[in-house]
Design a protein around this ligand. Structure first.
Ligand SMILES: [Zn+2]
Length: 372
C-alpha cells in the first residue's frame, strides 16, 4: 500500500490517498474531519494506524507512507503485529513500514473516547470524579466518532447513533468540563469486514483518530469492554492498545478492573448518565435502545440490581418472560447475567433470577452440544 498526499484541507479536516498494490488495486481518497472550533493535524501516524491492519489483511507486503512516522509507533506496531499473530495463527507476515522517521511535539490535555455506553460513561465518571480539574490526566474532552462507513451499519442508523452520542455527550460531559469533539472519517472503508473490525482493527482505528488530535492531547482513554477476569483477543485489549501509542500520543485501555455490573453500580450516583445510557446492538432502532436484545436486557437487569431507574429503555418493569427470550452469545454475556443473580435475589426478584439461571443452563447445554 502507498499512502501519499497527506495534507490539511482546512483547519478542521485532513486527507490522504491510499492505494493497494497487491491483489487489490483500489485507491481511496481518505479524509478525517471535525467541526470548528476544533482543529486537526495531518499527522502521518494517524493514517498509518488507520491503514496498517487493512493493508495487512489484504496481504500487502509494505505500507509506504509519505511523511515522518514516530519511531516509537513503528516499533510498537511491530510488537502489536507479533501479539496479533499469536492470537490469529493464520495471519501472514505483517507489511513492512517504509517511511521517514520523526518526532512530533506532544499536546498537554487528555481525552476519552465516548459512545454513551456503560463502559465509556464509567471511564469518564471515574476519571473526572477522582482527578480534580487541572490534573493533566483528567479528560477535558469526549471524542465522539461517527460510525458512518463502518462495516455492518447503514448510513441512516450511523447518523442517528452519532447524533444521539453527540447530544448525550453535550448533556452529560459538558457540565463536568469536557468539550465534545466530533470526528468523521472514511478510513474504515479500507476494511469492509465487521469481524476484522471487532477482532483486530478498532483499537488501532481509534488510536489513528487520536493522532489527528495529538497537537492538543497527549493521553487518550479507550474504555474496556471486557473485565480483567474474562479477557479474550480483540481489536481493543489491554495488551494491544498501548502498542498503538507514539512518543506524542499515549493510548490507555481503561476500566478492566471492574465488571460491567460494577460499572453500572459505580454510575448509580450519576442518574442523568444512566437515564441516557445507550447500549443497544440492534442496527434498526434509529439510535435508540430496543430494550429486547441481549445487551439491552442485560443492562436493564444491572440497572435493577443497582437500584437505578430504567428510563433509558422504552419498556416498563423487566419481566421474566423478556429475560427468557434472550440468547447468550458468548462467555462475557453469560458472566454479565450470572453476576446479576445475587443482586436479583437480594431485591426479591426470584422470578428474574430463575429466568437468568434458565438462560445460563441453555447456554451451557448448547456449548456442550457444540463440543460433542
Ligand atoms: Zn437493544
Amino acid at each position: 500500500m502507498i499512502i501519499d498526499r497527506v495534507r490539511r484541507l482546512d483547519a478542521a479536516s485532513v486527507a490522504c490517498r491510499a492505494r493497494f498494490e497487491g491483489r487489490r488495486k483500489d485507491a481511496h481518497a481518505l479524509f478525517v474531519s471535525t467541526e470548528p472550533p476544533h482543529t486537526l493535524e495531518p499527522d502521518p501516524n494517524g493514517f498509518l494506524l488507520g491503514a496498517f491492519i487493512p493493508a495487512w489483511l489484504s496481504r500487502e507486503t509494505r505500507v509506504r507512507i509519505d511523511g515522518a512516522v514516530c519511531p516509537l509507533l513503528a516499533a510498537n506496531l511491530s510488537i502489536a503485529a507479533r501479539l496479533l499473530r499469536t492470537w490469529h495463527r493464520k495471519l501472514p507476515p505483517p507489511p513492512v513500514i517504509e517511511c521517514e522517521h520523526g518526532y512530533r511535539p506532544p499536546g498537554t490535555r487528555s481525552a476519552s473516547f465516548f459512545t454513551g455506553g456503560v463502559d465509556s460513561l464509567a471511564t469518564v465518571h471515574a476519571l473526572t470524579k477522582l482527578k480534580p480539574p487541572g490534573h493533566p490526566d483528567r479528560p477535558s474532552a469526549a471524542i465522539v466518532v461517527d460510525m458512518r462507513h463502518h462495516p455492518g451499519i447503514d448510513d441512516k442508523e450511523a447518523d442517528a447513533r452519532f447524533l444521539r452520542c453527540i447530544a448525550t455527550g453535550r448533556e452529560l460531559c459538558g457540565p463536568i468540563g469536557l468539550d465534545v469533539i466530533p470526528i468523521h472519517s472514511n478510513i474504515s472503508l479500507l476494511s469492509p469486514s465487521a469481524s476484522v473490525w471487532v477482532q483486530l482493527y478498532h483499537g488501532a482505528y481509534f488510536a489513528g483518530m487520536a493522532h489527528f488530535l495529538g497537537h492538543q492531547f497527549r493521553l487518550f482513554y479507550l474504555a474496556a469492554g471486557y473485565p480483567a477476569t474474562h479477557l479474550v483477543p480483540r481489536g481493543s485489549h489491554p495488551q494491544l492498545d498501548p502498542h498503538h501509542s507514539s512518543q506524542h500520543v499515549r493510548m490507555m485501555h481503561d476500566g478492566i478492573e471492574l465488571t460491567r455490573l460494577q460499572k453500572v453500580e459505580a454510575l448509580s450516583d450519576w442518574p442523568a448518565a444512566l437515564s441516557r445510557v445507550y447500549v443497544c446492538t440492534s442496527t434498526r432502532t434509529g439510535g435508540g435502545n430496543c430494550g429486547r436484545c441481549e445487551k439491552c436486557v442485560r443492562t436493564r437487569l444491572h440497572l435493577l440490581v443497582a437500584g437505578a431507574p430504567g428510563g433509558a429503555f422504552p419498556q416498563g418493569e423487566l419481566g421474566a418472560d423478556e429475560v427468557r427470550r434472550v440468547r447468550l452469545w458468548n462467555e462475557l454475556s453469560r458472566i454479565c447475567y450470572e453476576d446479576a443473580l445475587p443482586g436479583l435475589r437480594r431485591r426479591g426478584r426470584d422470578d428474574l433470577a430463575a429466568a437468568v439461571e434458565h438462560l445460563v443452563r441453555e447456554h451451557d447445554r448448547q456449548k456442550a452440544g457444540k463440543r460433542v
